[in-house]
Design a protein around this ligand. Structure first.
Ligand SMILES: Nc1nc(=O)c2c([nH]1)NC[C@@H]1CN(c3ccc(C(=O)N[C@@H](CCC(=O)O)C(=O)O)cc3)CN21
Ligand SMILES: O=c1ccn([C@H]2C[C@H](O)[C@@H](COP(=O)(O)O)O2)c(=O)[nH]1
Length: 311
């Protein structure tokens, strides 16, 4: 008998079609323009190593994996990403540099300088207190006497605390971490988009949920859903739980108007296949994973579709 269960990716293609047809058109912060809706949910199983990679275009999952490991390292400077050949965050520091200096340096030259010149990287490569800073070092203040306070040397490590909490109180409804530090949002190159992650233990399985306040459905989503799945798998492994499912919730979910070619092409394609994410080692703690620990098998996507990123 033919399997009539819809492919997991159908949810994504349906949402894309809905937004492209019925989304509210407006000029957004970037000036590119979007069609957008408020509020959407998708769910994907992680059972038997299933991973919700898009199959209707090739997704460079290792780029997303390196980005996730970079967040967990607490780093907020693009230097390490650029060293690893990851270019997805370069446009924001590059834009700031061009505006501040009036120089018309191109992206390759800017990246070369970030790698070669440590002082330059320190001055121009930092994104401010973005994801990594908040996840593992959320500022904490301690009393310094006479009613004064000073910033503590070590902030809150939300990720370490989360691992401990999943282990100690698996029934808890407080298993979460967030990048949305109200006091520091103004100093970030971009306020967090994938802002709040929540977890739940159910029948020995770990479920993960992401609230993403703003979603570039054509470009960012593919990375964000992989990241959610990856961190859920890592947490499950560290807490001796089986992977359950991931739930993705979007706030402002949009398609950029200059992604028309991508959207039209992708909506024509039929999803297929069941990729698996393997973790080939059990590191001693959540901060000790390396890119080599991750492997995706059974991934035979259709051709990559490139699309410009709105800065
Ligand atoms: N408009 C916008 N969309 C985003 O998805 C996004 C931002 N801005 N700003 C911050 C980060 C950076 N992220 C990005 C940026 C670029 C790509 C991108 O160009 N992806 C291409 C090529 C990837 C590559 O060459 O490695 C892709 O096809 O996935 C993806 C995510 C996600 N975020
Ligand atoms: O992980 C990410 C990071 C960013 N995005 C997208 C969502 C928006 O298109 C822009 C951010 O612009 P805001 O004006 O700050 O909302 O980047 C994403 O989809 N995923």
């Amino acid at each position: 008998m033919r399997d009539t269960t819809p492919h997991y990716e159908q949810q994504y293609l349906d949402l894309m079609r809905h937004i492209w047809r019925h989304g509210d058109e407006r000029i957004d912060r970037t000036g590119v323009g979007t069609r957008s809706i408020l509020g959407a949910t998708m769910r994907f199983s992680l059972a038997d190593d299933a991973v919700p990679l898009l199959t209707t275009k090739r997704v460079y999952w290792k780029v997303a994996a390196r980005e996730m490991l970079w967040f967990l390292s607490g780093d907020t400077n693009i230097r390490e990403l650029v060293r690893q050949g990851v270019h997805i965050w370069t446009d924001w520091p590059l834009d700031a540099y061009r505006r501040a200096t009036g120089e018309t340096i191109d992206r390759d030259a800017f990246e070369a300088r970030i790698i070669e010149d440590e002082a330059f990287a320190r001055q121009w490569g930092d994104l401010g207190p973005v994801y990594g800073a908040q996840w593992v070092n959320w500022p904490r203040y301690e009393a310094a006497g006479d009613g004064l306070y000073r910033r503590a040397a070590q902030g809150h490590n939300q990720i370490a605390d989360l691992v401990a909490a999943i282990r100690a109180t698996p029934g808890s409804r407080r298993l979460l971490f967030t990048g949305w530090n109200v006091a520091e949002v103004a100093n970030m190159a971009l306020p967090p988009c994938h802002m709040t992650y929540q977890f739940q233990v159910s029948n020995g399985k770990l479920n993960g949920l992401l609230f993403q306040r703003s979603c570039d459905l054509g470009l960012g989503f593919a990375f964000n859903i992989f990241g959610l799945s990856m961190i859920t798998r890592m947490l499950a492994q560290q807490c001796d739980l089986e992977p359950g499912e991931v739930v993705w919730q979007g706030g402002d979910v949009h398609l950029y108007l200059n992604h028309a070619a991508l959207v039209e092409e992708q909506m024509e394609r039929i999803p297929s296949g069941a990729p698996r994410l393997r973790i080939n080692r059990r590191p001693s703690d959540i901060f000790s994973y390396a890119i080599e620990d991750f492997e995706v098998i059974n991934y035979a996507p259709q051709a990559h579709i490139s699309a410009p990123v709105a800065v």
